[in-house]
Design a protein around this ligand. Structure first.
Ligand SMILES: Cc1cc2nc3c(=O)[nH]c(=O)nc-3n(C[C@H](O)[C@H](O)[C@H](O)COP(=O)(O)OP(=O)(O)OC[C@H]3O[C@@H](n4cnc5c(N)ncnc54)[C@H](O)[C@@H]3O)c2cc1C
Length: 407
C-alpha cells in the first residue's frame, strides 16, 4: 500500500528568474509592475558593499540609460554616474585616431560610467520597494524538471517551486544550461582584464580613452570622484597577469603609463587591482521548452567594446516587451520563439563585432597594422561610417527594444 502524503503543493509562479546579478535583478524590476507572479532566485545575499573610490565600474550606453530610466532606477543611479561626453580610440605607435562626441550625436552624453555596486543596490532597493516579487535569496537552483504546463525548480535548501516560464540569468557558467544539457561555444582569449582606478595629473574632461597595444587594449574611463579620477581596464596576456598583480604600485603605474601614453599626464594614485580572466561563451540556444536565456547566460563577451551588460539589458527590455504582449501563459512556444527571433540579430552583431575587435587588434601581422591605422582614420573622417559605428555603440544598432528608445 502506498503512503498517502498531504504535503502542500509548491508555490506557483508565472515566471521564475534564476540569477539576480545585474541582468536578473533588472529583469525582476521590469516585470514587477506587470501583474504576473514572479520569483527571483539568487545564490548570493543581496549586495551590501560600501562605496570606495577604486570600485569596479561599468560603462552604460545611451540605450541602457533609457532602459534604467524606464525601470525607475535611473534617478537613484544618476548621482553616481559619470557622463561620458566623448571617446578617443587610438593604437600605440600610430597616429590614426577615432573620436566620437555626444554633441555629434545630439546627446548630453554617449553613456555613463557607473559603479557595479551602485547598480546592484539600486535594483535590489527598487525590488524591495515594489514588494511584488518573491525573493528566494540566498538560494541556489539545484534541479529543474519540465512538463507541458511549466517547470518544477528544486533549490539546494530543499524548497521547490513551480513556474510556467523559467528565465536563466545565471551567468556564463549557467546551471540551467547545464541541467538542460544545452551546450555552449567557448573561446578562451588567454587574457585577463586587470581592473583598477587611477588619479591622473590632467583632467579626463568626460572622455573615455581606449588605446590598443599589441598585448591588448588599455582603457581609462571617467569616474565621479573628481575630474582626475578614472577607471582603468587593462587587458593583459595570461602569462603576464601574475607579475602585474604582484608588481609594486610604482612599477605597475610605470608600465601602464608606457602603454597608455601621456594624454592624461602622469598617473599619481592607484587603486586595488583585480584580474578577470576573459573568454567568450555563447549558449547554443536562447530558448528551450519553458525556458529563456538572458545576459551572460545567453552570451558572455570580451569587455573590449564595453557591450556585455548593455546587450544583456536589451535582452531584458525585449523579455518585458514580449511578455507584455503574451497571454495568460508566458511560457508557450510562440512567446519563446518571438523572444529568440527578436534577439538573434543584435546578439550576432555585437558578439561578432566584439570578437573581431579583439582579434584584429591583437594580431601582430605587419600588414594589418597599416589597415588598422587606415581603419581608425577612416572612422574619424568618414561621416556615414562614423555615424553607423556610433549609433551601434549607443545601443541602437539592432532591433532596438521599445524601452531603449525611451518608450
Ligand atoms: C573586466 C570587465 C569589464 C566589463 N565592463 C563592461 C562595461 O563597461 N559595459 C558592459 O556593458 N559590460 C561590461 N562587462 C560585462 C558585464 O560585467 C556582464 O555582461 C554582466 O555583469 C553580466 O551580468 P549577468 O547578471 O548576466 O551575469 P552575472 O553577473 O554572472 O550574474 C549571474 C548571477 O546568477 C547567480 N547564480 C548563478 N548560479 C546560480 C544558481 N544555481 N542559483 C541561483 N543563482 C545563481 C550568481 O550568484 C550571479 O549573481 C565587463 C565585464 C568584465 C569582466
Amino acid at each position: 500500500m502506498s503512503a498517502v502524503t498531504d504535503a502542500a503543493p509548491p508555490p506557483a509562479f508565472d515566471v521564475a528568474i534564476v540569477g539576480g546579478g545585474l541582468v536578473g535583478a533588472s529583469l525582476a524590476v521590469g516585470l514587477a509592475p506587470g501583474g504576473r507572479r514572479v520569483a527571483l532566485i539568487e545564490a548570493a545575499p543581496p549586495p551590501a558593499t560600501a562605496p570606495s573610490w577604486d570600485e569596479r565600474c561599468i560603462a552604460l550606453n545611451h540605450a541602457s540609460q533609457q532602459i534604467f530610466a524606464a525601470l525607475g532606477v535611473w534617478d537613484a543611479l544618476a548621482p553616481e554616474a559619470a557622463p561620458i561626453t566623448s571617446t578617443h580610440i587610438s593604437e600605440q605607435g600610430r597616429f590614426g585616431v577615432a573620436r566620437f562626441s555626444a554633441a555629434e550625436a545630439g546627446l548630453d552624453a554617449l553613456g555613463y560610467n557607473v559603479p557595479l555596486r551602485a547598480i546592484g543596490q539600486a535594483l535590489w532597493q527598487r525590488l524591495q520597494a515594489l514588494g511584488t516579487t518573491a525573493l528566494y535569496c540566498p538560494a541556489q537552483l539545484q534541479g529543474l524538471q519540465r512538463d507541458d504546463e511549466g517547470a518544477t525548480l528544486q533549490l539546494a535548501d530543499g524548497q521547490r517551486l513551480r513556474a510556467r516560464l523559467v528565465i536563466a540569468a545565471d551567468g556564463a557558467g549557467s546551471r540551467v544550461r547545464e541541467l538542460l544539457g544545452i551546450g555552449s561555444a567557448r573561446r578562451d582569449y588567454e587574457q585577463s582584464a586587470i581592473v583598477s582606478a587611477v588619479r591622473t595629473t590632467r583632467p579626463h574632461g568626460g572622455c573615455a580613452y581606449e588605446r590598443f597595444t599589441p598585448e591588448g587594449p588599455i582603457a581609462l574611463l571617467p569616474k565621479t570622484r573628481d575630474a582626475h579620477t578614472c577607471s582603468l581596464v587593462w587587458t593583459t596576456p595570461a602569462a603576464a597577469v601574475a607579475a602585474r598583480l604582484a608588481a609594486s604600485d610604482a612599477e605597475f603605474i610605470a608600465a601602464a603609463e608606457a602603454c597608455f601614453g601621456e594624454r592624461l599626464g602622469r598617473f599619481v594614485e592607484l587603486g586595488r587591482r583585480q584580474a578577470h580572466p576573459l573568454a567568450r561563451v555563447l549558449s547554443d540556444a536562447l530558448q528551450a521548452s519553458r525556458v529563456l536565456f538572458v545576459g551572460n547566460a545567453a552570451q558572455s563577451l570580451h569587455p573590449v567594446a564595453a557591450q556585455g551588460f548593455n546587450l544583456g539589458l536589451r535582452d531584458v527590455a525585449t523579455v518585458i516587451e514580449v511578455l507584455d504582449a503574451a497571454g495568460a501563459d508566458p511560457g508557450v512556444a510562440a512567446v519563446l520563439d518571438d523572444y529568440a527571433a527578436r534577439r538573434a540579430r543584435d546578439r550576432e552583431r555585437v558578439a561578432g563585432f566584439t570578437d573581431h575587435l579583439v582579434r584584429l587588434f591583437s594580431n601582430r601581422v605587419p600588414g594589418l597594422r597599416g589597415l588598422r591605422h587606415l581603419g581608425l582614420l577612416a572612422l574619424d573622417l568618414a561621416p556615414p561610417l562614423k555615424q553607423a559605428v556610433m549609433w551601434q555603440n549607443l545601443g541602437f544598432g539592432g532591433d532596438t527594444p521599445r524601452l531603449a528608445r525611451g518608450g
